[in-house]
Design a protein around this ligand. Structure first.
Ligand code: SAM
Ligand code: SF4
Ligand code: SF4
Length: 342
């Protein structure tokens, strides 16, 4: 649920066009989106809602409205559980937000790239000042609230790459967060800006640091571990391992079939279009092995070729060499590391 593109921060790597002046989601649009979500999941064990932006807490009123409505819709459509998460920069959390997160047993993912000197390199408030003290205080308040599951969303950046294991140690030891999800860098500038093989190795090292401290760290590396573990290809992007599809509900009654691209017309549909032609939900699927090199690639069963979004961002079907190096690196690590494979 992409409630707004408004944001109180301006992170220089952000893949969302923020503060454009576009209208936020309305209650009626949220109601239409949630109704569609529950009617397509009748009788399911679980439906997941994630509040996103911009900075979703700017529209906390919509989160409250949506959570109450979701409970009613779940009862109406026989959905047994709702899993609620919010991804936030953590810079503006009120007591009533924290009470609400506790009441609904939220998973709260706070985006932090490392200690203040590293985080503030890319993640600053709109006025240019750092928000680190505030974010740290808010993380402590969230940790103190019963029923809130707090984690960290860590993005590899120019400031922390080469030091991811150190960042993870700081997040666990200093900040007290024991669940870390590492974002995959999105090549917004048309190319991968990181050394793929190096990123794979760093994710592995950071994961070992987390495991060694009794914490958990997830990243795309887990895709390789899961594929080898289950002896099953893991070729899908924008899907969970239980095969549920991640889509984004946007203001203006549109749904993006890609949960990390809110602008590409090829991914955008109205709810009415999706209702009348449910097969459209599959158009995000990619062509497997679009280039000859894929056929002999050791990462074929984990990557399978660039995603539709990746193709759009890099402008073609030829994969970025760093993306290939990344996936090949994850396979190499998963093949010799015995901690990720049962
Ligand atoms: C776009 S923000 C929206 C929610 C909220 N404003 C926040 O910062 O958590 C969601 C997540 O995307 C990450 N992100 C932004 N731009 C990215 C990029 N180019 N590549 C990878 N992750 C990115 C952010 O670090 C953050 O964890
Ligand atoms: S806080 Fe989130 S939405 Fe705002 S600019 Fe940073 S990454 Fe983008
Ligand atoms: S890593 Fe590169 S060569 Fe290998 S399957 Fe993916 S896109 Fe194809």
């Amino acid at each position: 649920m992409v409630l707004t593109d408004k944001c109180n921060m301006s992170c220089d790597y952000c893949f969302v066009q923020t503060n454009t002046g576009k209208a936020d989601m309305t209650e009626a649009e949220l109601e239409a989106g949630l109704s569609y979500l529950f009617e397509t999941n009748v009788g399911e064990e679980e439906v997941s809602l994630q509040w996103f932006g911009g900075e979703p807490t700017i529209r906390f009123d919509l989160m409250q409205f949506g959570d109450q409505l979701a409970d009613r819709l779940a009862a109406q459509h026989g959905v047994k559980r709702i899993r609620r998460t919010v991804v936030t920069n953590g810079a503006r959390l009120t007591d009533s937000m924290i009470d609400h997160f506790a009441r609904y047993q939220y998973g709260v993912g706070v985006s932090i790239d490392g200690p203040p000197a590293v985080n503030a390199e890319n993640r600053k408030l709109l006025g240019g000042q750092p928000a680190d003290d505030r974010i740290r205080r808010n993380v402590q308040r969230l940790l103190a609230a019963d029923g809130v599951h707090v984690g960290c969303n860590l993005t590899p950046t120019s400031a922390n790459i080469g030091r991811l294991a150190e960042m993870v140690a700081w997040i666990i030891d200093d900040l007290g967060l024991t669940f870390i999800y590492t974002n995959t860098p999105i090549p917004t500038g048309g190319r991968w800006r990181v050394d793929g093989a190096e990123l794979a190795r760093e994710l592995y090292e950071a994961r070992m640091v987390a495991l060694g401290r009794g914490a958990m760290m997830f990243s795309v590396l887990d895709r390789a571990f899961q594929a080898l573990d289950r002896r099953h290809p893991m070729l899908f992007d924008h899907m969970q391992s239980d095969r549920t599809l991640n889509v984004a509900l946007l203001p203006g009654n549109r749904i993006s079939l890609c949960d990390i691209n809110f602008d590409e017309p090829a991914f955008l549909h109205t709810i009415d279009e999706l209702r009348s032609e449910p097969g459209l939900l599959g158009v995000i699927a990619k062509n497997i092995a679009p280039i000859n090199d894929c056929a002999t690639c050791p990462a074929l069963a984990i990557c399978g070729g660039p995603s539709r979004n990746e193709q759009l961002l890099i402008g073609g079907t030829t994969p970025d060499p760093q993306m290939c190096a990344f996936y090949q690196g994850t396979v190499e690590i998963a093949a010799w590391d015995s901690t990720g494979v049962q």
